[in-house]
Ligand binder design. Structure first.
Ligand SMILES: C[S@@+](CC[C@H](N)C(=O)[O-])C[C@H]1O[C@@H](n2cnc3c(N)ncnc32)[C@H](O)[C@@H]1O
Length: 264
């Protein structure tokens, strides 16, 4: 059985509040950090139970930080488990604590779950994650679909819509439009994984993509045999696709053979 689920199922210590399907996702990303000297941050302390679960799971070497708006949570501190009181939606507060915390290896956002809280926390803290494999996990993102949390299907400024924009950033090197340019997310993000209610961002120092060919040609493309009309057709389709792109209309498929053979 998954160690975290096992802990949760038999928990007799402080109260924990988690969805059952989260445990497999946690274990998939977090098991690499077990018994290492790492820094874990969880936004949302509640009754302190999840901090105790992380302690058991990550081991004694981990430094664990809880962040909560409720001042009563301060009393739940334990050895090498620190609790900071403030709002995850307050950039000034987050900036004021980051030096103390240092680079973060694992961040779990289980705080208030409103769109602005999740987005502000990401904007302030993602840049302070360990650039070599840090894991930022935002949970309960189903609130992106719930009106009471500021959500709604494809509503502007939900965490899910924000995360979809991050997918664009992941691919920004290929953009032909000024509206999408390489930025810090492009340069520092390896993967973004979407699950039921969870989005996981994995950090890595990225290098610009490089493509090359290896091996021998099986057959070649004789561009000299292409007629003037075929080349003209290709260039016309390229131009037409640019116009369609600017109007955000569906593109016209350019036959791959025509594309390859019209390069000359
Ligand atoms: C879902 S509970 C956390 C559950 C806990 N992580 C667990 O697994 O048992 C959410 C917590 O977020 C806190 N919270 C709500 N709004 C917040 C905010 N703006 N900043 C920080 N914490 C907030 C609440 O006080 C509450 O303790």
């Amino acid at each position: 059985m998954n160690e975290l689920r096992n802990y949760f199922e038999h928990n007799e210590k402080r109260l924990i509040n988690k969805f059952d399907h989260y445990f497999d996702v946690y274990d998939r990303y977090f098991s690499q950090f077990k018994n290492k000297k790492i820094t874990v941050v969880e936004i949302g302390v509640y009754q302190g139970g999840s901090l105790q679960m992380w302690r058991q799971y990550f081991g004694k070497e981990a430094t664990i930080w809880g962040i909560d708006i409720d001042p009563r949570c301060k009393t739940l501190e334990e050895e090498n488990t620190h609790i900071l009181i403030g709002s995850q939606e307050d950039p000034q507060f987050l900036r004021s604590i980051i030096d103390q915390i240092g680079p973060i290896d694992v961040l779990i956002d289980d705080g208030g779950h409103t769109q602005n809280q999740q987005i502000v926390s990401f904007q302030e803290l993602y840049q302070h994650m360990n650039p070599d494999g840090g894991i930022y996990l935002c949970e309960d993102v189903h609130t992106s679909y719930m009106n009471v949390y500021g959500g709604g299907h494809q509503r502007d400024n939900t965490f899910i819509e924000f995360s979809k924009l991050m997918v664009d950033q992941l691919n920004a090197h290929y953009s032909e439009q000024s509206s999408l340019a390489v930025d810090a997310i492009t340069k520092t993000t390896n993967t973004i994984h979407f699950y039921d209610s969870i989005v996981v961002f994995e950090k890595k120092r990225m290098t610009p993509p490089s493509s090359k060919m290896t091996g021998a040609w099986s057959f070649t493309y004789d561009t000299s045999k292409k007629t003037f009309i075929e080349k003209l057709k290709f260039h016309f389709l390229v131009k037409l696709n640019k116009v369609l792109q600017s109007l955000k209309l569906k593109g016209i498929f350019i036959n791959e053979i025509l594309r390859l053979s019209s390069k000359g």
